[in-house]
Design a protein around this ligand. Structure first.
Ligand code: TAP
Length: 489
């Protein structure tokens, strides 16, 4: 796709809202959207007004009963069509994502294809949801458990995975028979609007899918507070998730996919080359702006030096570039100045407290990087839990490494966090693997791999990392109410 085509694609979505099956120019304040690799303004969003929020909620309410009444296989056909349309336009959609988020086009394309996969997965799941007949306590009675869609869903999403994090909520809502109002992050609105265009092209009925742009504190909060929004499906920071939980004025279903501070443990029995490769991938992909990024690594002291040297070399070998002009780069620009500043602050804090810099530690040099938010993949050694890098989610291309002396210490350090999203283990010894997978207090434990999630297994966090699940049958059930029907005959 030529740049002119990209400009045209974004211009078609500029300042638009998607309400009741149609794009309309938003009437609210216009806010700029920048390309984080160049600082260039690529378009604007219109912050949805109170009247526009109301129009979207009413459209979603009107559409709910008819959509819920469709046969599951009819909703499945619509989802399959949506998946096909998204996959067919993956290149163009990926370029829109890169222009607003910074990740290299090839990586963005992979994300778009994962969204298409989610459409097909949930299309199939839509036809497999059924109730239960449960054993009864008295003769002459029957108890049925029926699953009914919750209603109108408000989906509030962050900027790091602008397609998948919208898509998981969208697909599960559509499969269950819910209708949805999506509020994407201010930084990445155009990917969500491009998905809405595909919903329109797929013939999904008016009002079933709506997209409202604007600030979370206004538009997102309006959805949280609206009495006719039945569920909030939120992905984002733990601070905003907690605020949403506390500021909901009505009792409302909530699923909260929140922050992480994910550990990796490398035992003496590990394949060190594989562990290095896994660590470099999961610490630095998407510039570390991933809730399941590896933030801190604990390595058996006997292999500490070998692992550190390998990870240092792997980090230095990664390329950093403008993701639009270099689609195959390993890292693109970070999404905005904010995560870059936090990365620098965590780095300074760790160095002040005695960490050793093994790789990176600075922005790449040269005119190509001057106006963007770039940072080299950075590895720190000899880190302790006094340092922010080991205690807080950096959300940047920075990882802290520390040695441990026995497995009990490794488990204690790994669990020494308020978060519980994902954890990683590299080990070949079966006893090590069993001890660690049982001891790690996380919703996901990945062993000898860094691909922690798959579409058909539940994905969710513990502690301050959230409540509820996405993916899998469990993710779909988040969009249903159970009804117990007790029948005397
Ligand atoms: P947040 O700042 O929490 O923003 C997430 C979304 O919430 C954005 O759409 C934001 O809108 C909106 N929002 C902000 N204040 C709100 C309010 N008062 N009421 C309703 N909505 C509000 O997170 P972020 O910086 O975009 O994303 C990074 C965080 O997301 C990290 O902590 C990361 O770990 C987490 N995350 C978690 C997961 C999973 S699956 N657990 C996946 C990805 C990311 P605006 O941005 O438009 O203001």
């Amino acid at each position: 796709m030529a740049d002119q085509t990209l400009t045209q694609s974004i211009a078609a979505l500029d300042g638009m809202l998607f309400i009741d099956g149609a794009f309309r120019a938003g009437q609210g304040t216009r806010l700029p959207v920048e390309n984080p690799a160049t600082g260039e303004v690529i378009g604007h969003i219109a912050a949805a007004t109170g009247a526009e929020v109301e129009a979207a909620v009413q459209a979603a309410r009107r559409a709910f009963r008819p959509w819920a009444a469709q046969l599951p296989k009819t909703r499945a056909v619509a989802l399959h069509r949506l998946g096909d349309l998204i996959a067919a336009d993956a290149d163009a959609m990926a370029r829109i994502m890169t222009a607003e988020q910074g990740k290299p086009v090839n990586e963005a394309r992979g994300e778009i294809l994962k969204l298409a996969e989610a459409c097909h997965f949930y299309a199939e799941e839509a036809t497999r949801v059924h109730g239960e007949i449960i054993p009864n306590d008295q003769p002459g009675f029957q108890s049925l458990v029926v699953r009914e869609p919750i209603g109108v869903v408000g989906a509030i999403t962050p900027w790091n995975y602008p397609a998948e994090l919208v898509g998981w909520k969208l697909c599960a809502s559509l499969a269950a028979g819910c209708t949805i109002i999506i509020k994407p992050a201010e930084l990445t609105p155009f990917t969500a609007l491009a998905i809405a265009a595909k919903c329109q092209a797929a013939g999904i009925p008016a009002g079933v899918v709506n997209v409202l742009t604007g600030k979370g504190s206004q538009v997102g909060q309006a959805l949280v507070e609206h009495p006719q929004v039945d569920k909030i499906a939120f992905t984002g920071s733990s601070a905003v998730g907690l605020h949403i939980q506390q500021s909901c004025p009505q009792v409302k279903r909530l699923s909260l996919e929140l922050g992480g501070n994910c550990p990796m443990i490398v035992t003496a029995s590990a394949d060190i080359a594989a562990a290095v490769k896994g660590a470099a991938r999961r610490s630095f992909r998407n510039c570390g702006q991933i809730c399941i990024a590896i933030n801190r690594i604990y390595v058996d002291r006997s292999v500490y030096g070998e692992f550190l040297a390998g990870l240092g070399r792997a980090a230095e070998a990664l390329s950093v570039a403008n993701g639009l002009t270099d689609p195959a780069a390993d890292l693109g620009a970070m999404a905005s100045a904010e995560p870059l500043e936090k990365t620098r602050a965590h780095l300074r804090d760790a160095l002040d407290k005695g960490a050793r810099l093994i790789a990176g530690g600075k922005a790449p040099e040269g005119a190509d990087y001057a106006k963007g938010h770039f940072f080299r993949p950075t590895v720190l050694a000899d880190c302790t839990h006094e340092m922010l890098v080991m205690r807080e989610e950096t959300f940047g291309p920075l990882v802290g490494v520390a040695p441990y002396d026995d497995l009990a210490e490794a488990v204690r350090l790994a669990n020494d966090t308020p978060y519980g999203l994902a954890s990683y283990v590299y080990a070949r010894d079966l006893t090590d693997i069993q001890t660690l997978s049982a001891g790690l207090d996380y919703g996901n434990v990945a062993i000898n791999t860094v691909d922690a999630g798959i579409m058909n297994a539940p994905y969710g966090g513990r502690k301050q990392s959230g409540v509820g699940y996405e993916h899998g049958r469990e993710g779909l059930l988040e969009y249903f109410n159970f009804k117990h029907v007790r029948l005397h005959h």
